[in-house]
Design a protein around this ligand. Structure first.
Ligand code: HEC
Length: 494
C-alpha cells in the first residue's frame, strides 16, 4: 500500500499525468466551443460549488511556487514527493474550478464580457500549468527545460491571480479593492475642494444628511413626516408642527435642536444605534443654517477658517458619503430600468411622478386598456413602495386583489372606478398610511365601506357615484371625519 502511494507522484509528473491533464484541458476547451445552454439542476449544483473550489488552486499553486523556487534557488531540500503532489493538487483543483465555473456560467447566471475573459484567463492558467508540468518532467534531460519550468510556473502564478481578479470584479464590482483607499480615489473625484463649482449645501450638507438621515427621512419613507430628499423638504413642517430649518436661526430649527440634544433622549437624531453626526459635521450644518441655509453658497466664497476645516477635517468623510450616495443613486437607476421593463412586459404605463422629487412613479393602464389579472398585480408587488398614484379603472380588479394593496405604503391616489370590486376588499385600504384620494365610482361599495372610511389614516377625497351608498350615512361620516370630503360624482381619471 505504502509503496503504491509512493509511486503516485511519479505518475503525476510522468507521461500518464501529463496526458491525463492535457485531455481534461481539451475536454473543457471542446465543451466551450460548443457553448451549450445547460439547464440541468444537477450540473448547476456542481456549478454552485465554484466559489468554494476556486480557492484551492490559488493556495496550492502559491505553495507549489514557493516550494519550487526555494528548492531551485535556495537549495532547500523538500521531500522528493512534495512538488509532484502539489502539482497534482493544483491541477486537479484548477480543473474542478474551471469545470464548476463553466457550469455556473452556462446556466445563464452571468452576462456581459467579463465571464468570457474570466474563462479565457482560467484556461490560459491551466494550459501554462500543464506546460510547466511537462517542463518539470523533462527538467533533468536539459537545463533549458529546468529554466522554462520555473518561468512557466511564475507565469501561472500571475495568471491565476489575474483570473481571480476578474472573477472578483464580476462579483464585487471594479473598484472593490481600492474603494476605501482615499489616495487612489482622490484623483478622480476629490471629496471637497475650494473651487467655485462646489457649494456648501450640495457638496457638504446634503451628503451628510443623505447618508445619516435619509434611511428614515426620504420621500419613500418619511418618519415623523420629515424628509431630507430635497432642499424644499427641509423647510417643511414635520408631524411635530415645527420647522425643521429656520433661515439663519439654528436654535429655532428643529433639525439642529435634535442634533445637539443629549443622545440619551429619544428625540435626539439620529436615534440611538445609528451613526451620529461628528462634531465637525454638526458645526458645518449649524454654520450653513446661520448663513441663511442658502442653496447656492459657493465654497470659494467662504472664509478660510471654514474652508480649512472642511478640507482638513471633513474631506475624507465627505468622500465616502458621496461614494455611498452615488451607489444608492445607482440602485435608483436600476429600479427605473426594472420598472420600464416591467411596464413593457405587463402592458401598463409606469411614469416618474415629477412631484415626488423623482423617487416615485405613476402606474396606469394603457389606452385602450390591456386585460388585467392578479398575476400582473403580483409581478408589480415587489415595487409597490415606488408608486404614488395608481389607476386601474375599468379593469377586472376585484376584492381579492385589494388584499395585496395593503403594501402600497406610499400611494396617495387610487383610481379604481368601474372595476369588479363588490366592497368587502375595501377594508384593506385602511392600511395605507398615505392614501388621500380614492375613486370607486361604479363599484359595489356600500354603507359598510363608508363606516370603514373613519379608519383610513389620511383620506381626504372619495368619489362614489353609482354605488350602493346612502346619502345620510355619507353626511354622518363626513361630519365624524375631519378633513374628509365625499363626492357623489363620477370624479377624475388619470
Ligand atoms: C432610524 C430612523 C431615523 C433616523 C436615521 C433619523 N431619524 Fe429623525 N426621526 C425618526 C422618527 C421615528 C421620528 C418621529 C419621532 C420623533 O419625532 O422623534 C423622527 C423625527 C425627526 C424630526 C422631527 C420631525 C417632526 O417635525 O416631527 C426631525 C427634524 C428629524 N427626525 C431629523 C433627523 C435628522 C436630521 C436625522 C439625521 C441626522 C435623522 N432624523 C435621522 C427616525 C429617524
Amino acid at each position: 500500500m505504502k509503496e503504491w502511494l509512493n509511486r503516485i507522484p511519479g505518475y503525476v509528473s510522468g507521461k500518464w499525468g501529463i496526458a491525463f491533464f492535457a485531455s481534461t484541458f481539451l475536454f473543457i476547451l471542446f465543451a466551450w466551443f460548443k457553448t451549450p445552454e445547460i439547464y440541468s439542476p444537477y450540473l448547476l449544483t456542481i456549478g454552485r460549488w465554484h466559489p468554494l473550489v476556486l480557492h484551492f488552486p490559488l493556495v496550492l499553486l502559491s505553495l507549489l511556487f514557493l516550494a519550487d523556487i526555494s528548492q531551485t534557488f535556495f537549495k532547500i531540500k523538500w521531500p522528493s514527493n512534495l512538488i509532484p503532489v502539489l502539482y497534482f493538487g493544483t491541477l486537479l483543483f484548477t480543473f474542478f474550478s474551471i469545470l464548476s465555473g463553466y457550469l455556473l456560467w452556462s446556466s445563464g447566471a452571468y452576462a456581459g464580457t467579463l465571464p468570457d475573459s474570466h474563462f479565457k484567463a482560467a484556461m490560459f492558467t491551466y494550459g501554462i500549468l500543464i506546460l510547466s508540468l511537462l517542463f518539470f518532467h523533462f527538467r533533468k534531460k536539459n537545463k533549458f527545460f529546468s529554466k522554462l519550468h520555473v518561468i512557466s510556473l511564475l507565469a501561472a502564478v500571475f495568471a491565476v491571480y489575474y483570473t481571480g481578479h476578474i472573477g472578483g470584479t464580476m462579483t464585487h464590482g471594479t473598484d472593490f479593492l481600492t474603494e476605501y483607499l482615499p489616495l487612489m480615489n482622490q484623483k478622480n473625484e476629490p471629496g471637497i475642494s475650494e473651487d467655485s463649482t462646489q457649494f456648501l449645501y450640495e457638496d457638504v450638507v446634503f451628503p451628510i444628511l443623505e447618508v445619516k438621515c435619509a434611511g428614515c427621512h426620504s420621500t419613500i419613507r418619511a418618519k415623523g413626516g420629515f424628509s431630507v430628499s430635497s432642499l424644499n423638504d427641509l423647510f417643511k413642517k414635520g408631524e411635530s408642527g415645527k420647522m425643521a430649518i429656520v433661515h439663519s436661526l439654528p436654535d429655532s430649527s428643529e433639525l439642529f435642536r435634535r442634533l445637539i440634544l443629549p443622545d440619551t433622549l429619544n428625540e435626539h437624531m439620529p436615534p440611538r444605534g445609528k451613526t451620529p453626526l461628528e462634531r465637525k459635521e454638526i458645526e458645518i450644518v449649524k454654520y450653513w443654517i446661520q448663513q441663511g441655509a442658502k442653496p447656492k453658497q459657493a465654497l470659494a466664497s467662504l472664509p478660510d477658517s471654514i474652508n480649512n476645516m472642511l478640507i482638513l477635517q471633513l474631506a475624507a468623510n465627505l468622500k465616502t458619503y458621496k461614494f455611498d450616495t452615488k451607489k444608492s443613486k445607482l440602485t435608483a437607476i436600476q429600479t427605473e430600468e426594472e420598472l420600464k421593463t416591467l411596464a413593457f412586459d405587463l402592458e401598463l404605463s409606469i411614469k416618474k411622478d415629477s412631484l415626488s422629487g423623482g423617487n416615485l412613479y405613476l402606474l396606469s393602464n394603457l389606452f385602450p386598456p390591456s386585460p388585467f389579472n392578479t398575476k400582473k398585480l403580483l409581478a408589480l408587488r415587489p415595487y409597490f413602495k415606488y408608486f404614488s398614484k395608481i389607476s386601474l379603472a375599468s379593469t377586472s380588479l376585484d376584492d381579492a386583489d385589494l388584499y395585496y394593496f395593503s403594501d402600497l405604503e406610499n400611494v396617495r391616489e387610487l383610481y379604481l372606478q368601474k372595476t369588479k370590486i363588490k366592497g368587502q376588499g375595501l377594508v384593506y385600504l385602511r392600511k395605507l398610511p398615505n392614501l388621500q384620494k380614492l375613486n370607486i365610482s361604479f363599484t359595489g361599495a356600500d354603507d359598510q365601506f363608508l363606516l370603514d372610511l373613519l379608519n383610513y389614516p389620511s383620506i381626504k377625497e372619495v368619489y362614489l357615484y353609482g354605488t350602493q351608498t346612502n346619502y345620510a350615512v355619507i353626511k354622518a361620516v363626513e361630519s365624524h371625519k375631519k378633513g374628509l370630503k365625499i363626492f357623489t360624482e363620477e370624479g377624475p381619471y388619470f
